[in-house]
Design a protein around this ligand. Structure first.
Ligand code: GDD
Length: 441
């Protein structure tokens, strides 16, 4: 029996995701038309003998209530949101719910970060984990500047399959070696796959293998986390007893019960034949900023070609607009036939897309109206916003740059014939003049 736990964090996390996290918890922000957390949840569906999925976070319970009840019905696996009263860290949060998790008597616990985008090869990881025989297996990836994946879809012509192959190459441009220090870097034995050394976000280069934030553990992980908590408490007691320490202010860097999986558990356990790695050759990205959500939306849309082709719009479907590349259109959205849409476009609930509109690489959120002949390129258009006739909302499409993707917050109005380039517009603003490289507060 397997229980999956997805760490979703809380409102104090995800601040880099503003202004999009102002109205919705980041884990519910749609990527490829589905909430961010939906992608790891659907990947869990492939795990044999999965009995329960927990989402652990410190958001209000009501924010997740609707989603967890609908996804539980859809998957026919119970999905439950459980709330921490305060942040306990990535391992402390898991430990906090150990009794609940162990009620199902699992042989394995799958632990996933919510803010990563990948194909979550969980059954393969589980199989490898059983072979290794350790306490835990970590999903890792080699960082490279480019990888070349040419996937062919038999239903497309050879010209378009080459075209889609090229798109795949661009989309699979993974985290670069220079940015590897934003992650956990690790060294493993090339033969046994044992984790030999682990450093979290090192200042100098350690390895080109990074931690992807997906793990399989045996229940012994709880004993390991308890060990860290107990050591901390013992040290705190010793400090209190020492006359020198009694005069010092309390240590706030590691509050009791706050345990980080990476620094506190993975680092000390490396090289002790307890942890192993499983390397993915597929796509992987971290989703900390709105710009990255647009890139990850593209990756998930591309994955739908293989996993859920029914979710992709086709040009000759009921919508009748011209569709180019991977596009998701919610069934309630209204798209005029002369619009041209794609690639990498997701259109959410009740959006209205006018005649002659051109949409490329964008996320259009609920209840947005895009009027006739407007153009949106490399942008995220917030809930209930409106873009006027012949307007342009666009950006350079550099997903890692602060203004590389134009973001309109909730209820922003861009009036007719206004151009908005490389800008971030906070909620409830009306733009009647053109702006470029600006943050409109
Ligand atoms: N419930 C809960 N409670 N969730 C938490 C808490 C907490 O106190 N703290 C963090 N999380 C969640 C976050 O929402 C995220 O999904 C995950 O745990 C990891 O967050 P961080 O601990 O902030 O680490 P990170 O995202 O900067 O880096 C981790 O993930 C990278 C992969 O994306 C590290 O494990 C890196 O080594 C790794 O490369």
């Amino acid at each position: 029996r397997v229980v999956a736990v997805i760490m979703v964090g809380g409102p104090t996390k995800g601040t880099r995701f503003r202004p999009l996290s102002l109205n919705i918890p980041k884990p519910l922000f749609p990527l490829a038309g589905q909430p961010m957390v939906h992608h790891p949840i659907s990947a869990c569906k492939r795990i044999p003998n999965l009995v329960q999925i927990y989402l652990v976070g410190f958001y209000e319970e009501r924010e997740f209530a609707l989603y967890v009840s609908s996804i539980s019905n859809e998957l026919r696996v119970p999905v439950r949101y459980v709330r921490e009263d305060k942040p306990h860290g990535s391992a402390g949060g898991l430990y906090n719910f150990r009794d609940l998790i162990m009620e199902d008597n699992p042989s394995h616990v799958v632990l996933l970060n919510c803010d990563v985008c990948c194909s979550f090869p969980l059954p393969e990881m589980l199989e490898a984990h059983r072979r290794y025989g350790g306490m835990g297996t970590i999903l890792v990836i080699k960082v490279v500047s480019y990888i070349f994946i040419l996937r062919r879809n038999s239903s497309r012509s050879s010209f378009s399959s080459t075209y889609y192959g090229l798109i795949s190459i661009l989309l699979c441009m993974r985290v670069s070696p220079e940015s590897a220090n934003q992650f956990g870097e690790l060294v493993s034995d090339p033969v046994t796959n044992e984790l030999l050394h682990y450093t979290e976000k090192p200042e100098t280069f350690v390895s080109d293998r990074i931690n992807c934030g997906a793990y399989i553990f045996t229940p012994d992980i709880f004993t390991a986390i308890q060990g860290v908590s107990t050591q901390r408490k013992d040290r705190a007691t010793l400090r209190r007893l020492s006359s020198f320490e009694a005069l010092q202010p309390p240590n706030r860097s590691s509050p009791s019960g706050f345990v980080r999986l990476d620094q506190d558990i993975l680092s000390p356990l490396a090289g002790k034949k307890q942890l192993y790695v499983y390397e993915t050759m597929d796509f992987w990205e971290q989703i900390k900023t709105p710009g990255m959500s647009l890139k990850c939306s593209a990756l998930y849309l591309a994955q739908f070609r293989f996993t859920s082709p029914h979710l992709l719009a086709s040009g000759d479907g009921t919508k009748n607009a011209t569709i180019s590349g991977d596009v998701y259109i919610h069934p309630s959205a209204k798209v005029r036939p002369t619009a041209k849409i794609g690639p990498n476009v997701s259109i959410s609930v009740n959006a209205r897309i006018g005649a002659g509109v051109r949409l490329v690489s964008c996320i259009i959120l609920d209840d947005v109206e895009i009027k006739e002949n407007a153009v949106v390129i490399h942008a995220i258009v917030g809930w209930k916003s409106s873009i006027g006739r012949w307007s342009r909302v666009q950006a350079a499409g550099d997903y890692n740059a602060k203004l590389g993707v134009t973001i309109l917050g909730e209820s922003v109005t861009v009036e007719d014939e206004v151009v908005v380039i490389n800008s971030i517009v906070l909620p409830n603003k009306t733009l009647n003049v053109s702006v470029q490289e600006e943050i409109i507060l």
